[in-house]
Design a protein around this ligand. Structure first.
Ligand SMILES: Nc1nc2c(ncn2[C@@H]2O[C@H](COP(=O)(O)OP(=O)(O)OP(=O)(O)O)[C@@H](O)[C@H]2O)c(=O)[nH]1
Ligand SMILES: [Mg+2]
Length: 323
């Protein structure tokens, strides 16, 4: 128990869409720990209906502003929208929350919208703990569409967007000569490309460059479906409906082609492996002066290879953490 509310009751309240329960559950997810896991396991089984949309792009490319516009458009269609925004720049989640609330403007206060910002801790690219669990929570709470906003700069961000059903890569004109998605290595993961800030004069050039690049890169990568490139301007409210339609069309395509199940299973498997990696990491650190001391010493002496040490580590931990 934490905050006086047993997990089961909290889970029920989350599933009925009670905002305060959702907020509290998200805080637990972010804090992690044994007790959060119990509730998150229950919620995971109640989730699975939401369309999870990853939004990525370099810092300042206009992701948050665009999400706010997409939300406004989706609200008009009577949908309920959740947002999990990862803010790598802020060491304090309080700062992140304030920043995105301001950028997302009035839509973040709408009763059918839930915006949660999470600070990624530590080094740039560090994944906020509990990000994907936060998506599960919003999903179980009945938000039909959940956006995950991450800065597309590193492997961890790529992992986050690969946990989405539909990935939108945002490139802003005039942020350097190259297409930013190429630099970040995220060109191929896009299901939909956006050239943001379409009100800027350089935007058309960026669209042309991006299309040319995709024409070369995507066939080589063996991609069958043409990836739409959509020019938007949040400032002028242009291209927003088109982008929302492209996101919906991608989901429809996944469902109709039968790829949806495969993609969801791939996400589950990736999440499992990520979690396993994290458990190994934590257990090793926790016991490096205790049960793992001999491994550490043998590694230091050069008498044990990392490969064999890894196998021993897995074997040792394996028998101890099974729930
Ligand atoms: N001209 C123009 N500026 C825009 C547009 N959309 C966003 N901006 C500006 O671009 C800046 C960054 O916008 P954000 O929405 O915060 O970008 P972001 O990608 O979420 O930024 P981070 O979360 O910090 O990575 C802000 O100053 C916005 O006002 C647009 O359509 N046109
Ligand atoms: Mg942002």
């Amino acid at each position: 128990m934490q905050g006086g509310l047993p997990s089961l009751e909290l889970v029920e309240r989350v599933c009925s869409g009670e905002r305060r329960a959702v907020a509290r559950m998200l805080s637990r997810a972010e804090a992690g720990g044994e007790e959060a896991r119990e509730a998150l396991d229950l919620l995971y089984r109640r989730a699975g209906r939401a369309h999870v949309v990853g939004m990525t792009g370099v810092p300042g490319s206009g992701k948050s502003t665009l999400v706010a516009k997409l939300i406004a458009a989706a609200l008009a269609a009577g949908r309920r929208i959740g947002v999990v925004a990862i803010d790598p720049s802020s060491p304090f989640s309080g700062g992140a929350i304030l920043g995105d609330r301001i950028r997302m403007g009035e839509v973040s206060g709408h009763p059918a919208v839930f915006v949660r910002s999470m600070a990624s801790r530590g080094a740039l690219g560090g994944l906020a703990p509990g990000t994907l669990e936060a998506v599960d929570v919003l999903d179980a709470a009945g938000y039909d569409m959940v956006f995950v906003e991450t800065v597309g700069v590193g492997q961890d961000e790529v992992d986050v967007v690969r946990a989405a059903h539909t990935t939108v890569v945002v490139s802003a004109p005039g942020l350097g000569d190259d297409i930013q998605a190429i630099k970040a290595g995220i060109l191929e993961i896009a299901d939909v490309h956006v050239v943001s800030k379409g009100d800027k004069p350089e935007a058309d050039r960026t669209v042309t460059d991006l299309k040319a690049m995709l024409g070369l890169a995507l066939p080589a990568a063996g991609l069958k479906r043409p990836v739409p490139v959509i020019k938007t301007s949040s400032a002028r409210g242009e291209g927003i409906g088109e982008l929302l339609a492209a996101i919906d069309a991608h989901r429809d395509h996944l469902v109709a082609s039968g790829e949806y199940q495969g993609r969801r299973q791939a996400i589950r498997e990736r999440r499992t492996l990520k979690a396993a990696e994290q458990i190994l990491h934590e257990e090793f650190e926790r016991h490096r002066q205790g049960r793992m001391a001999d491994l550490v010493a043998e590694l230091a002496a050069g008498t044990l290879s990392p490969q064999t040490a890894a196998r021993r580590l897995v074997a040792r931990i394996g028998t101890e953490i099974v729930p």
